[in-house]
Design a protein around this ligand. Sequence first.
Ligand code: PLP
Length: 511
Amino acid sequence: MDTYEPHIYELSQPGKHGTNLPRMDVPESELPTDLLRHDGMNDFPELTEPEVIRHYTRISQRNVSVDTTFYPLGSCTMKWSSRLNEEVARYAGFAAAHPLQDAVDSQGALRLIYELQGYLGEIAGFSDVSLQPAAGAHGEFAGILAFRAYHLDRGDHDRIEVLVPTAAHGTNPATAAMTGLKVIEVKGHACGGVDLDDLRAKVSPRTAGMMLTNPNTLGLFENQILEVCEIVHAAGGLMYGDGANFNAILGIAKPGELGFDFMHYNLHKTFSTPHGGGGPGSGAVGCTEELAPFLPGPRVRAVHKADASATADPGQQITGAETSPLQYELFTPAKSIGRMKSFHGNFGMLVRAWTYIRTLGEEGLREVSEIAVLNANYVRVRLKEIYPQAVERICMHETVLKGQIAGAPKDIRTLDIAKRLIDYGFHPPTIYFPLIVAEALMIEPTETEGKRTLDTFIEAMRQIAREAVETPELLHAAPTTAPVRRLDEVRAARQPILRYDREAISRVRAE
Ligand SMILES: *Cc1c(COP(=O)(O)O)cnc(C)c1O
């Protein structure tokens, strides 16, 4: 049974209230009846202030987050979101800026956008960046639209196919399909990379481009990346980099130099901005000079005050600090695919990512990836005897294991292991992704966790493996310590009850 907590509607008692209005010192007067609202007014709960505050505080404490728990959700890079980022994002000049303010009055905010474009370009090896898209998937959409626009601009009308490896994240084929292009699957190789023979067989004059994640969704570096890019380019196609796993290679490898033409950065993954329950994210995109005219706008450029017609060298962006004679202005690239988002993207997230990059600097960013990779390998080595590794290789920032425990009953599945982890106080890893791995458990510890946390997690995973053999019923029953027990996840997604509905709730409880 779930712990039953009365809803505020059930706590309501007529006559209770949480405000004390001062005694009226003006003559009473009636509001015109046509201005009075009649519908939906008869079912407001009546409560005292402590009852309301306790209700909402209790609900807020049910939130699982990186503030409360180790959160090794593979592919999502649930790293710590530093409080310094929050402080800077709350500076009045940023937080209270109005997006319709004149550029002259918004120089600080525009400069931050300009500098972040430059930093991201430098880190990934791209000449141009747009901060418009609001998520990785949104960045993918921008990229494939830009590919299509690029080909059409050259009179190349037949490129309507997008190559996507079988290991790809679901957003990749979804993006290609949404742009109206055709998805062509490319097989994986047993060693975890793209099968080059299959790739050669599938590229053609119809190839608009290929979407690839590197390191891939098995947490493995695509060793043949140069060959992959060469094959696609030789066929006239473009390379799209899914930057979701960028946390593994910061300061070590630049996708632009590996042969990618366009890439998204998930600022809410690699650059520590909060994921926030599906809230504001940022999927900034970077690309080569050739594709820059097609980027979504507006972007920000810098012009010298003395000579407003000459634009600054984008290569100088990274030095930022002393370039006071520069003036920042918005512009939209010549052949832009258009706007992806209102105003300047999710500006608050841009401030946080800028702060993160400035806090760490060049060496700090490299260290991020080194420790992220070290942490993932530590977990991998200490667990792989019990949870078999999908592909026996050194991993990058995450490792894909399998929930197939020797000696456990056949009906113990990865889902049971994940649910049992909740009882041990951990957010479960990603499960059943990538789709090509049976019973996948994708663990991404990130660099912001220390050895003690990793050891506690590893010990919990080992203990669960022992339970799976000796007391499997504990795994089937899990979670037992969470506010709600195992949910019917399909039904919760398809028929959610999103607001208080007494009848619906009692119907569900009665079942
Ligand atoms: C997270 C992720 C995406 C999508 O990014 P969003 O920001 O969630 O839209 C795409 N590909 C991979 C591999 C991912 O992990």
